[in-house]
Structure formats: structure tokens, C-alpha cells
Write a protein that binds this ligand. Structure first.
Ligand code: SF4
Length: 232
């Protein structure tokens, strides 16, 4: 059996067996709260991002990837930047790493439309290189505004780049993960609980019971923080 197929079977095994929460209940309509003076609504924000040329990534992208999910989500996942699949479709986390993220969300008893998924950068760095400081600086106001609108109870930072950026830290992800930190990114909001964990792409590259177990430990802490039961 080839390695990727084996990984998918193991993913099924590791994150399977959990039931989704009842999704039949109608959700109330999104009700963005305007906190910053003159700040745009979510849809205006998406349209602004689509037109954005503030950094050089605008010249190489195919699509902007503003993020998607519930505007009333308690959990907001934040990764580093779109990859090739995301750039092609304008949606966050839809490649192999995205499939694993879906498994992790499902293991928590949730579905993609009950959380919000975004990245620090809204455009793909060519060749998936690391984001540059000036790109992060230019793009960060969009994420800040998204957090202001959604007001998640917990942010889950996926990977070292997201965790370090959101926490203004240089610490290794191995030291940051596993415990809550306070995220002070939004001056208009109280600090938000932030749980760093491994990026799903890292998990795929280092696919061991130990790394999967650590991510699951992180997720269990988030569920406990939100008062959500552990799926059986
Ligand atoms: S990465 Fe962000 S700042 Fe740069 S062009 Fe895209 S949306 Fe604008």
C-alpha cells in the first residue's frame, strides 16, 4: 500500500468514530458587530481583499483566500498562508492538509461550517515560501478585522508561523503548543484565548502516533475551555 493511502487510512482510524453535532438546528443570521470606526462589514472586507494590491503577492496570486466559515464561530483556526490548491480555488485548507484539518474538526464533533478558517496572509507566497515581514504587516489588518467581527472564544494557531505572529513570539511551536496563551492582537477586544498546535501539513510530514496525540491533546483542551463534551 502506498504511503499516502496508508496515511489516509490511519487518519480515518485516528480521527474516526466521532459523531457530528446536530447540524439541523437553524443558525441565526450572521450579525457582525462593528467595533472599529469606519471598519468594513465582512462582505466588504472580502471584496476589499479581492482587490488588494498592498504587497507583491498580489502580482502572483490566482485568487485571494479571505477565509470561510461561520461568522458566529466560537473557534477560529488561523494558518500561515494559502497553498497551491487554495490559490487555485480561493478557499482555505482544501488540499491534503485541509483534509486532515477536516478530520481534526470532525474529531471534535464539529463541522467546517461551525468554525471559521483563515490564514495570516490572504494570498499565496510563490512556491509556498515563508511569508515576509512586510507582507504580514500589510495583510494583518484584514485578519484583525475578521477577528473583531467574529469574536471567537478561542483561536487555534496552526503551526509556528501563525502562532509566533499572533503571539508576537519567537518561541518554537513545540514550546508554545499545549497551553493557552492570551492573544492581544485586537485592541478593541479583550485578550482572546489562543491555543497553538501543529500545522496539519507538519502532521502529514511527521505522521506518528505521538504527533497526532499531541494535536488531539490540544484539541481536548480547547473543547474543555468551551465547555464542549469530548466526543465518544
Ligand atoms: S497578501 Fe494580503 S496585503 Fe498582500 S496583496 Fe494579498 S491581501 Fe493584500
Amino acid at each position: 500500500m502506498d504511503r499516502i493511502a496508508k496515511q489516509h487510512l490511519e487518519m480515518e482510524d485516528f480521527f474516526a468514530g466521532f459523531t457530528l453535532r446536530n447540524l439541523s438546528e437553524p443558525k441565526p443570521p450572521a450579525d457582525p458587530v462593528i467595533l472599529s470606526p469606519h471598519a468594513p462589514s465582512f462582505q466588504t472586507l472580502v471584496e476589499t481583499i479581492a482587490q488588494c494590491t498592498l504587497c507583491e503577492l498580489s502580482s502572483t496570486r490566482n485568487h485571494t483566500v479571505p477565509g470561510e466559515g461561520s461568522l458566529k464561530a466560537d473557534i477560529m483556526f488561523v494558518g500561515e498562508a494559502p497553498g497551491a490548491d487554495e490559490d487555485a480555488q480561493g478557499k482555505p485548507f482544501i488540499g491534503r492538509a485541509g483534509q486532515l484539518l477536516d478530520k481534526i474538526i470532525g474529531a471534535c464533533g464539529l463541522s467546517r461550517d461551525q468554525v471559521f478558517i483563515a490564514n495570516i496572509l490572504k494570498c499565496r507566497p510563490p512556491g509556498n515560501r515563508d511569508p515576509k515581514i512586510n507582507e504580514i504587516t500589510k495583510c494583518m489588518p484584514y485578519l484583525v478585522r475578521q477577528i473583531e467581527i467574529i469574536q471567537p472564544k478561542v483561536i487555534i494557531a496552526l503551526g509556528a508561523h501563525a502562532a509566533r505572529t499572533l503571539l508576537n513570539s519567537n518561541a518554537a511551536i513545540g514550546r508554545l503548543r499545549g497551553q493557552f496563551h492570551n492573544c492581544h492582537l485586537c485592541p478593541n477586544l479583550d485578550p482572546i484565548k489562543l491555543m497553538p498546535t501543529y500545522h496539519p501539513a507538519y502532521l502529514l510530514r511527521n505522521y506518528t502516533r505521538d504527533t497526532r496525540g499531541r494535536v488531539w491533546e490540544d484539541m481536548k483542551k480547547v473543547l474543555a475551555e468551551l465547555g464542549l463534551p469530548l466526543p465518544k
